[in-house]
Unconditional design. Structure first.
Length: 151
């Protein structure tokens, strides 16, 4: 049906409940919006190494979080294993995989995808269309990623 937009203090958000609850819905009030910054850290899965930090932003709307992480001209030493980006502002459920885009320079020519994994503890970088994770590099690199995931 046709409903009204209700903004007030009672529901503390934007109330979309004019047409009644849909099956399985627990709330029709948008009561959680947040923007901010976070500090992404680039580490190796086996040995962390020097762990350069980047610049990150996030937007959280309800249970959906979109994060960006950027590392510009970073050098990493002593790292081993697969690329992990730690420091996410919110944890994701362990039962759900979340994927996003990756742009790189000096990390090879593989097509890559970002995956929020391990209960949201980090972003892993996968080689597209394979089951392989991208191995860390210790030379100067650029890496930018955007991932949307559910909390």
């Amino acid at each position: 049906g046709i409903g009204n937009l209700v903004i007030g203090t009672s529901g503390k958000g934007i109330d979309f409940s004019a047409d009644g609850n849909a099956a399985g819905m627990t709330s029709e009030v948008l009561d959680d919006y947040e923007e901010g910054t976070w500090t992404p850290t680039y580490i190796g899965s086996t040995t962390a190494g020097t762990s350069p930090t980047g610049v990150g932003t996030y937007t959280k709307i309800g249970r959906s979080v979109t994060v960006t992480a950027g590392f510009g001209n970073k050098t990493h030493s002593g790292a081993a294993g697969n690329i992990r980006i730690t420091g996410l502002p919110f944890l994701a459920p362990s039962s759900v995989g979340h994927h996003g885009a990756v742009t790189t320079h000096n990390l090879g020519t593989d097509s890559l995808v970002a995956t929020v994994t391990n209960a949201g503890a980090f972003i892993g970088i996968r080689v597209s269309n394979t089951s392989s994770w991208k191995v860390v590099t210790n030379t100067g690199f650029y890496l930018y990623t955007t991932v949307t995931y559910e909390v």
